[in-house]
Structures are given as structure tokens and as C-alpha cells.
Ligand binder design. Structure first.
Ligand SMILES: Cc1cc2nc3c(=O)[nH]c(=O)nc-3n(C[C@H](O)[C@H](O)[C@H](O)COP(=O)(O)OP(=O)(O)OC[C@H]3O[C@@H](n4cnc5c(N)ncnc54)[C@H](O)[C@@H]3O)c2cc1C
Length: 378
């Protein structure tokens, strides 16, 4: 027999920092458990648990919340991973533990191992019909999509990419047993791969498609100090060779390993499977048809972070883009949890007084002109 259709007010898809961050705020605004359901395909913080064991957060944590300098990786004004975990640069496992702590602290009911496979807008009071992989169906008025990007690694950017290992598929760099690797992509994850491989005594050819010397301080466009510092520490080891202006066009298998061929026909070799550090696509899963995309593949949203083509469907997380501003780090996109939550709270007549606290903590980001200017702060 088909289970009875459940009704709720708010559904959040994804229990990473953005889903949990929005859920914590809505709870503080007085939304009751029966009015909010949070579905997570795997476990709380599963994305972080899947990071290579050695990988650490590049954004430092510090327990400075009391002075309105909120820990950069905190997702509520009153929690701090630095305080609860006791580390400045957390591993993925550490951060997943922090997220679990937040869930406990705010008594958030996350339904784990519940993948949302279909979302159908209804156009009535219950605006969406959500279907879970289990077959259960839920009708909801508001939907916050917090599915992240980790589920969609950017793999097929060149021919033969299936011969490479995407860095999101590495459990531990210690399991890489060749003596030399080509690492494709010279941004945060590429340099992190090179650093970890070289720390194990392996040779690395670090491949950068461009020769970019951006004059900006924004870590979403240039290497963070943490990564730049680790890269600098490798300079004298002669283990890492930087190959710039090499845009990989094709990877082929050879008798001694792999060969990488550039757009201009130059060649480089890799003894082990090349490591692909080319990032992630937007992962919209079952809501793919409910967002228009801009020319770079980012979901189009209005000033309330709501889909431009589907009312009451909100986006949160690292694919939020407003004009030139990409809110791709936790300390950036957490400033927008207040945006969909305020709309929902106003319409459901909840308590908005907590917003003042979020504002004091720098977690209420409305005027995005503050981030547009890439001026020098030195
Ligand atoms: C290696 C690496 C290092 C990083 N380092 C930093 C850093 O130092 N600082 C920083 O600020 N950011 C960092 N980031 C980026 C940061 O991890 C992401 O911005 C963050 O995880 C995004 O949070 P999220 O909640 O939107 O998505 P996620 O954390 O990816 O969570 C999304 C969740 O949604 C679930 N989900 C997806 N689809 C469905 C579905 N259909 N049904 C149910 N559940 C679903 C997933 O299982 C997942 O648990 C790093 C990312 C990577 C990959």
C-alpha cells in the first residue's frame, strides 16, 4: 500500500554546512520539528568525511566569537569548530564532527540515508512534492536546496579524463604508490595534492593551464596563505615541478604510464594515474530543471537567493553567485543563511529577533557591494 502523503512547511535537502546552518537558524526562529524536514542522502557532513585523510581546511578556525569576530568556519554565531575541536586547520573528519555537534546543540532532526530523487512543483499551498529514494512522498511549501557540489566532480574537461583520478576519489595520499604523478590544476586542491605527494617523497609535475598573477586578496581567486606557504616550503625540495600555460587536451596510456598532451601539442608524462584537480560542477540533482543557469553554469537566483523560475525554491551554499560575487567559502555563504530564512520566517510568522545577533556576528550579508572591490589591503 502507498504510504500516506506527509505535509510539512520547509524541506532542506543536504546536511552539510549550508543545510545545517539554515536549519539551525530556522530552529532559533521558532520553526518546529514537524514543520521542517531535513533529508540527507548519506550522513551529516558526508562530503567532509570523503576528503583525503590528510586534507585540512584552508580557512583557519579561531575561537573569537565573543568579540564579534566569528570563527571563519562556524555556521552559527554561537559555535566555533576551533573551540569544540581545538584545531586551527581542521581535517574533513574534524569538520564533520563539528557539524554533528551543531546538530546536537540545536536539536536538529536530520533524516540520514534519505536521498531526494524527485521534486515536482505543485503550484498550490503545498508548493512541492518531494519523492525520496525510499518511495516516501512529502508535500512542502518551501524548499531549500543545500546539496553542495561534491557529488558532481568536474571530470570530463578533456579527452581521456577517465584515465585520471579525481582528487575527490582519493582516500589517502599514502595509497598512491607510483613515484611520479602529474597533477592537473594548480589551485587549492592541486597544490594540496602536490604538497601531500611530495611530503611522501614523490615527484610531482604540477600543471597550470594559465599564467595567472591576479592582483587580488580574495582566496576564491588566488591561493590562500595556508596553501601558498606550503607551496613555498617545497621550492627547495626539487620534488615539485611547476608547468604553466599547459592546457591539457588529451591523456593517453603508454607502456610506462600516462602521457598528457596540451592544446598546442606539448607533452608531459606521469608514471601514476594523473590526478585531476579541476574542481566541481554545480550539483542540482532533482532540481536541475527548476533553475536557469548563467553562461558559466551557475544557478540564476534573485536577490532573495530564490530560483528565478521557481517560487519558494531557495539555493544556499558555494554556488551562490550575485553579479561578480561568488560566495564559495563557508565564511562567505553563511552570511546568506539569513536571506531565505527571513523570507520563510516572515511568511510563517516566526520570531525574527535572532537576526540582530547574526548581524552582530557578521552573518547577515545583504549589501554585497562590500565584496565587489578587489582592492589591496596590504
Ligand atoms: C577538498 C576541499 C577542501 C575545502 N576546504 C574548504 C575550506 O578550507 N574552507 C571553506 O570554507 N570551504 C572549503 N571547501 C568548500 C566546502 O567544503 C564547501 O563549500 C561546503 O562543503 C559546501 O557546503 P554545502 O553544505 O553547501 O555542501 P556539502 O557539504 O557538499 O553538503 C551537501 C550535502 O547534500 C547531500 N545531498 C546532495 N544531493 C542530495 C539529495 N539528492 N538528497 C539528499 N541529500 C543530498 C550530500 O550527501 C551532502 O552531504 C573545501 C572543499 C573541498 C572539496
Amino acid at each position: 500500500m502507498k504510504p500516506e502523503l506527509q505535509h510539512t512547511k520547509v524541506v532542506i535537502v543536504g546536511a552539510g554546512p549550508s543545510g545545517i546552518g539554515c536549519a539551525a537558524l530556522l530552529k532559533q526562529m521558532g520553526l518546529t520539528d514537524d514543520a521542517m524536514r531535513i533529508f540527507e542522502a548519506k550522513q551529516i557532513g558526508s562530503t567532509f568525511k570523503a576528503w583525503p585523510k590528510e586534507m585540512k581546511m584552508i580557512t583557519p578556525s579561531f575561537p573569537s566569537n565573543g568579540f564579534h569576530q566569528t570563527d571563519l568556519n562556524a555556521i552559527t554565531p554561537d559555535t566555533s569548530p576551533a573551540f569544540s575541536i581545538g584545531k586551527e586547520h581542521l581535517t574533513g573528519e574534524d569538520y564533520a564532527t563539528y557539524l554533528q555537534n551543531v546538530v546536537k546543540h540545536y536539536d536538529i532532526k536530520v533524516e540520514e540515508n534519505q536521498k531526494v530523487i524527485d521534486v515536482l512543483p505543485q503550484g498550490e499551498d503545498d508548493d512541492f512534492l518531494i519523492t525520496l529514494a525510499s518511495g516516501e512522498q512529502i508535500a512542502t511549501q518551501y524548499l531549500i536546496w543545500a546539496g553542495g557540489e561534491f557529488s558532481s566532480p568536474k571530470k570530463a574537461t578533456f579527452g581521456g579524463s577517465e584515465l585520471c583520478t579525481h582528487n575527490s576519489e582519493i582516500d589517502s595520499w599514502a595509497n598512491c604508490d607510483a613515484d611520479h604523478y602529474a597533477v592537473i590544476g594548480c589551485y587549492e586542491s592541486g597544490v594540496d595534492a602536490a604538497y601531500n605527494l611530495a611530503s611522501l617523497g614523490k615527484k610531482v609535475t604540477l600543471i597550470d593551464a594559465s599564467y595567472d598573477q591576479a592582483d587580488t586578496y580574495d582566496p576564491s581567486r588566488v591561493l590562500s596563505p595556508y596553501t601558498a606557504e606550503r607551496l613555498a616550503s617545497l621550492v627547495n625540495t626539487q620534488l615539485v615541478e611547476l608547468e604553466q600555460c599547459f592546457e591539457v587536451n588529451q591523456v593517453i596510456e603508454t607502456s610506462s604510464g600516462y602521457e598528457l598532451i596540451s592544446m598546442t601539442g606539448d607533452r608531459l608524462s606521469s608514471q601514476g594515474k594523473p590526478i585531476n584537480c579541476t574542481g566541481f560542477n554545480t550539483h542540482l540533482g532533482p532540481v536541475s530543471d527548476l533553475f536557469d543557469l548563467d553562461s558559466e553554469g551557475f544557478p540564476l537566483i534573485n536577490k532573495f537567493d530564490e530560483s528565478t523560475i521557481c517560487r519558494n525554491l531557495f539555493l544556499t551554499g558555494p554556488k551562490l553567485v550575485h553579479g561578480e560575487v561568488l560566495l564559495c567559502f563557508i565564511y562567505k555563504f553563511r552570511g546568506r543563511f539569513t536571506t531565505p530564512c527571513s523570507i520563510i520566517a516572515t511568511e510563517l510568522d516566526l520570531d525574527l529577533s535572532i537576526l540582530k545577533h547574526y548581524q552582530q556576528a557578521g552573518m547577515l550579508l545583504q549589501d554585497l557591494s562590500c565584496c565587489e572591490d578587489q582592492q589591496c589591503f596590504c
